[in-house]
Design a protein around this ligand. Sequence first.
Ligand code: PAF
Length: 295
Amino acid sequence: MAALPAIASTVEQLDDAIDVHRARGASIAVVMTMGALHSGHAELIKVARGAADVVVVTIFVNPLQFGPDEDLDRYPRQLARDVDVCAREGASIVFAPAPEVVYPATPLVTVTAGRLGDRLCGRSRPGHFDGVLTVVAKLLHLVGPDVAVFGEKDAQQLVLIRRMVADLDFRVEVVGVPTIREPDGLAMSSRNALLTPDDRVHALALHRALQAGEAAADAGPDAVRRAVRSVFDEVGANVRLDYAELVDPRTLGRLDQAGEGLLAVAAWVGSTRLIDNVVLNVGESAGKARTHKEP
Ligand code: PAF
């Protein structure tokens, strides 16, 4: 049986748990999550373990990144099971604060994602990335890690976190980890737990669309867009497309020439919104998908 991590729910408990390791000169990696941990999170913890001596996992469903009509209330919460996952993967500390610990008062000053935060997911989730960056900034301050590990499934989030860290001089190394998928290709996500059995089948359209885009990559950006569209046209009303965009992976601006492209999709499957992406070499000479490269 793996050793249980220290569980901290207050800032004082977190400080005490981290001080023990800092006192012996250990390096710290943080994996930030909203809980409902799955194999994708397990992979983040594994990478974090390889990057530092001690891993802190934060579990906090951040109200600031949910819009008024979004799924804050039904977002899956399962702390005891999450702690088991953290124990199994060798995390040393779990920080699982209540909302009033992270936000003792409604914050007046928050981080603004800027124009990159208005694209892709930001168009249908206004303010979402301001909420994400604000809590990531707070958790970076609270944990004080040497390394912070994030999944590449949330590609726009990762781009924005890298920009925040660079633009605001956070002293932390950000590491991105490729998306982990179910055997049939569905990207692992805590929101998959909200899918009905029918939704689960329909959800595969996102991965199929990315594969279709990948297969068309040699023929250029327009061909990629057409291929992706045709998959969503076929599935009809079961999957409501939010966006399917081929963009520059760093600027998130529309990609119209040959080169590296981030193909990102978001769609409603039943009442659950899912996202997925792949990085492609678009153009005449190459067309193979590969893992998201560090910018
Ligand atoms: O990716 C997530 O789970 C969340 O957006 C994060 C980074 C933990 C911030 O709440």
